[in-house]
Design a protein around this ligand. Structure first.
Ligand code: PBG
Length: 328
């Protein structure tokens, strides 16, 4: 008789036939560096996740490298914001300072990535600059993104995470980075682009918005995708691949595993998925109440994201998971 249970009989058999495995190198840790603090501060809505000072950022990057992670993704929380997000491309802006610190602390042991978006730096909280009617001006924003990209590349980031969902952002940033210095350009042809390709307007970003002290009023539905749309996730990904994305990403992860599977099928470059703040907060809150087995739920959630097709998973638990994997 055919008995699938035969291969489930012992832990060793199950480990042998596991179709999907987690490895620290597949994991990327998002990190927040905040201007004007000297000690790390816990983010209320994300228990266990910190706002880092410049010193504690270096320490977190060293721990991530010791744990064998694939990379870190940096977000900056500035003290001052303005209409155009001028802190974003200021070499002394908090994110660009953070990149330099992380690059030094990483010492080549993991990949330093930076979030490329204006929302943390604008006083209105949108991912781009506004037009005369208060709408997000796509093409004027692209110019800001190119300038931000050059600043991040100059600071030493290896991979830029384009999370703003403006049309044409990958092409614009790729062209801007590629312009040779001989023509007065930036001369960063080797800086890679991780495109947030299928990024949905999601309630699961709530805790992150607390984390970056978002000033947003309203929502991002004119640029982030509608949760109803699966086919469009493929369309956005196809465009980013044409525009030159080196890595494509689906975000959030858990509610979009169908989109992730589609993207993994169609992509000829590595595929990432972002397990976002709300996904983190849900499991932490349930575990804190004793309603769910914390470690089991964390591992299952990340395994599910890999099984759906992600090569790379961004998760706030990256360093902790790597520690667990090392225990076996
Ligand atoms: C936008 C951005 C968002 C996240 C990272 N970068 C989403 C948003 O505020 O719309 C979400 C990350 C998370 O929730 O963990 N630059």
């Amino acid at each position: 008789m055919t008995r699938p249970r035969r291969l489930r009989a012992t832990p060793a058999l199950r480990a042998l036939v596991a179709e999907t495995r987690l490895h620290p190198r597949d994991l990327v840790l998002p990190l927040f560096v905040k201007e004007g603090i000297t000690e790390p501060v816990e983010i209320t809505s994300m228990p266990g996740v910190l706002h880092h000072s410049e010193e504690s950022l270096a320490q977190a990057v060293r721990e991530a490298a010791d744990a064998g992670l694939g990379g870190v993704m940096l977000f900056g929380v500035p003290e001052h914001r303005d209409a155009t997000g001028s802190g974003a491309d200021d070499p002394e802006g908090i994110l660009n300072r953070g990149i330099r610190i992380a690059v030094e602390a990483a010492a080549g042991r993991l990949v330093v990535m930076a979030d490329l978006c204006l929302d943390e730096f604008t006083d209105h909280g949108h991912c781009g600059v506004l037009d005369a009617h208060g709408g997000v001006d796509n093409d004027a924003t692209l110019e800001r993104y190119v300038s931000m990209a050059v600043a991040q590349a100059q600071a030493g980031a290896t991979v830029l995470g384009l999370s703003g969902m403006m049309d044409g952002q990958v092409f614009a940033v790729r062209s801007g980075l590629d312009q040779s210095t001989a023509n007065g350009g930036a001369g960063f042809p080797d800086t890679a682009i991780l495109a947030y390709s299928a990024k949905y307007a999601s309630a699961f970003y709530g805790p992150f918005r607390d984390a970056v002290e978002s000033t947003l009023v309203g929502d991002r539905r004119t640029y982030q995708m509608d949760a109803a749309n699966r086919r469009e996730g493929g369309r956005e990904t196809a465009l980013d691949l044409l525009e030159g994305a080196d890595i494509v990403m689906v975000k959030p992860a858990m509610s979009y595993l169908d989109v992730l599977a589609d993207v993994a099928e169609q992509s000829d470059v590595p595929v990432a998925a972002y397990q976002v703040s709300g996904e983190y907060a849900m499991i932490e809150a349930a575990a804190a109440n004793g309603w769910i087995d914390r470690r089991g739920a964390i591992l299952e959630s990340v395994l599910g994201i890999k099984r759906a097709g992600a090569d790379i998973v961004l998760t706030y638990w990256a360093t902790e998971i790597a520690g667990w994997l090392g225990e076996r």
